[in-house]
Design a protein around this ligand. Structure first.
Ligand code: CO8
Length: 674
């Protein structure tokens, strides 16, 4: 047995190095792949490292078993699919290699020479590094097209962020496969150009240097600077504490010294860091919960200096062209859990951010003021952070909604960006069809953004929001070109409705929970066309059951009732593109939703058990469905938006939304039926 993805079989993954990160990477793979029979082989020359790595991996799996995160079968399955060995020959037949040995270039080169003699020329070979460029690591290899670097973040099995760094010789198809493969396994991969330190480490290490500079300048001691840093940068822990948590990692000092040569001379190893590394000691940092006092004037100076350093470092990366603003915001917020830099600059104001960088550069002339930042400040506009991505692949436009932290929920910004891409699809003669998908392996779109809706106080605001959402569904429906929804995961509420406005839908086979209209859980009616398009597509009985009970359907049920057109074995994007092309060429025909009034429109709906849900909101759902059936789709949508707004006249909508915002998705609202 083997894991099959995009026709590529991954039967064996080889991890080289059983040190700090190797076993965690092994856990990441075995968690996702053991059910498919894929074996993970961890090799190391040190028997001691292998024993420690195995013990660490088993401990984490057992802990997951005890907490209920892993089922008992999975605990055993995972353990039995990882082999720890000092025999490099066990790598023979591996389809994917992840080298995670120490950050030592000659060692990595030696390893790859050996590995290349063991695996087939088709095997994908990656090096997990935090700094080294792929061109240097893979310099001596014969088949470089299948090589690239990855950079996992601590803890590798759980931190979703991963930098993917193709080298100049990497085949774009291999790179694309690796990106999709990691996304499919639940990671958030971000493309970064080949440059020393990639994108994230110069931030992590540069901020430690900036913090030391504050101490050197007498603005505070390490405890004070650490405290202010976490506050002014939105960090969970300050840079000194973070460095302690990595065990006082000497790679930080090494990285900073290499950056002096390879990035710019502002990066350097400060004396205080040299001492910490040489004496193998730790920074003095605030104890958990300790209230560290900092004088307001000093706090202001530290804040300005650290924010200036942060913005200078990230903007310098834009000048280097190795990453864009949207990807940078995403990877920083996920990998380091700190304020994403470009959104942060937008919230402070682009002029103020520019002034902070100018002041920093004046004090430390080795750090240049970025050209891109200068241009952005001159434009007077904020950075554009994309939550929706667009890619043109030959004759197909691919739209990806990417808000992984909110399961791709639709907010006003998403609506705006979707509108721009509909225009492109409509007007670009080369684009014959399109696919819309969600980012990640969990959700296509988990609905409209509930946090945004909970801020509405007036029915008119809600009606306007629904109309904006409906407008985008109409635009998708009317580009004049087929658009297929590639449901990479659950499609709830507005997500289901977005999919309904597409020409066809494809979803992964075997999903127990695929699509649903859970609005009633929130004290809402489906306001983006759900009460109109769903009955027209799958019939009134099934549609009203979904809408009034909030019960979701599996991919199997969705196929049976006509909600989706096909199921996919693995990467849903591939069959979705195929279907879109076939519809565009006329080879495949799909059901088209009736736009006029329904000829035999029902006058009542079958009885359903609405459980604890609001009777007041249920009545509005029934009204929207029945009234809409007698209208054209256009009028039915307008009527639905009005009724969606009317929800805000009820107590139950406020109760439902507040319950979600304060207690989370699993809490049941206590409706009062008014
Ligand atoms: N809006 C905003 N944030 C969301 C949404 C959402 N719709 N769904 C999930 N999230 C957030 C969660 O709040 C959470 O954030 P945080 O980590 O900050 O707490 C994060 O995504 C992950 O969610 P969970 O921890 O809940 O993940 P689970 O795997 O436990 O559960 C579910 C996933 C089942 C999808 C669950 O999150 C859920 O039930 N979400 C709500 C789904 C829903 O009710 N959708 C309908 C919304 S209403 C709607 O779509 C009406 C549209 C009408 C007008 C539209 C006009 C544009």
């Amino acid at each position: 047995m083997a894991f099959l993805f995009r026709d590529c079989s991954i039967a064996k993954v080889g991890i080289i190095g059983s040190g700090q990160i190797g076993p965690d990477i092994a856990l990441h793979f075995v968690k996702a792949l053991h059910k498919h029979g894929t074996v993970v082989v961890v090799v190391d020359v040190s028997e001691d490292a292998l024993a420690k790595g195995k013990a660490k991996l088993h401990k984490k799996i057992d802990k997951g078993g005890q907490s209920g995160a892993f089922k008992p079968d999975d605990v055993e399955g995972m353990k039995s699919h990882v082999i720890f060995t000092s025999d490099y020959d066990q790598l023979k037949g591996a389809d994917l290699i992840v080298e995670a040995a120490t950050e030592d270039l000659p060692l990595k080169k030696r390893i790859f020479k050996q590995v290349e003699s063991l695996v087939s020329p088709q095997a994908i070979i990656t090096s997990n590094s935090s700094h080294l460029e792929p061109e240097r690591i893979f310099e001596d290899m014969e088949h470089k097209a299948r090589t690239l670097c990855t950079h996992y973040f601590f803890p590798a099995e759980r931190n979703q962020a991963i930098e993917i760094i193709p080298g100049k010789d990497t085949d774009e198809k291999v790179f694309e496969f690796v990106m999709r493969f990691y996304e499919y396994l639940g990671k958030i991969p971000v493309r970064v150009g080949s440059r020393y330190g990639y994108a994230v480490d110069p931030v992590f290490e540069g901020l430690l240097l900036a913090a030391v500079q504050c101490v050197d300048a007498g603005l505070g001691d390490t405890k004070q600077v650490d405290t202010v840093a976490s506050k002014c940068l939105g960090l969970t822990v300050g840079p000194f504490t973070a460095h302690n948590l990595t065990g006082g990692n000497p790679i930080t000092a090494h990285g900073l010294s290499e950056m002096t040569e390879r990035l710019n001379p502002w990066f350097r190893v400060p004396d205080r860091l040299k001492t910490i590394v040489e004496t193998n000691t730790f920074w003095e940092v605030p104890a958990r919960g300790e209230n560290v006092q900092v004088a307001p004037d000093k706090e202001k100076m530290i804040t300005e200096e650290l924010q200036g350093a942060y913005f200078a470092i990230v903007c310098d990366m834009l000048d280097a062209g190795i990453i864009n603003e949207s990807d940078f915001d995403l990877v920083i917020s996920v990998a380091l859990d700190m304020n994403p830099p470009f959104s942060f600059m937008n919230s402070l104001g682009i002029q103020k951010s520019f002034a902070l960088v100018e002041a920093f550069a004046k004090k430390y002339p080795d750090m240049p003021v970025s050209k891109r930042l200068r241009e952005q400040a001159a434009s007077g506009k904020p950075w554009q952070i994309l939550d929706v991505l667009f890619e043109k692949k030959a004759d197909v436009g691919i739209i990806t909604i990417r808000r992984p932290k909110a399961l791709n929920a639709i907010n006003s910004k998403v609506i705006e960006q979707l509108r721009d891409y509909c225009e492109i699809i409509k007007n670009d003669p080369e684009i014959k069809c399109a696919v819309i998908t969600g980012y990640g392996n969990k959700a296509f779109v988990a609905g409209a953004d509930i946090k945004e809706m909970s801020g509405f106080t007036q029915p008119a605001q809600a009606e306007a929001f629904a109309l904006r959402g409906q407008a985008i569904t109409s635009e998708l429906e009317n580009t004049g070109k087929p658009i297929v929804a590639a449901l990479n995961g659950l499609a709830f509420g507005g997500g289901c409705k977005l999919a309904l406005s597409c020409t066809a839908r494809v979803a992964p086979k075997g999903l127990r929970v695929l699509a649903g209209q859970p609005e009633i859980n929130l004290g809402l009616i489906p306001g983006m066309g759900g009460t109109q398009r769903l009955p027209r597509l799958i019939g009134f009985e099934k549609a009203s059951e979904l809408i009034r009970t909030a019960n979701p359907v599996s991919s199997k049920d969705a196929l049976a009732c006509g909600l989706i057109n096909a199921e996919a074995q693995d990467d849903v994007l591939v069959p979705a593109i195929d279907l879109a092309r076939k519809i565009a060429s006329g080879e495949t025909k799909v059901k088209v939703i009736e736009k006029g009034p329904i000829a035999d429109a029902p006058t009542s709906l079958p009885a359903v058990d609405i459980g604890y849900h609001s009777k007041a909101i249920d009545a509005l759902c029934v009204k929207a469905i029945l009234e809409g059936a007698k209208m054209t789709l256009k009028d039915g949508l307008a009527n639905e938006a009005k009724l969606f707004g009317e929800c805000w006249n009820t107590e139950d909508t406020k109760i439902g939304l507040q319950t979600f915002v304060t207690k989370g998705a699993k809490a049941k609202a206590e409706f009062v039926h008014r």
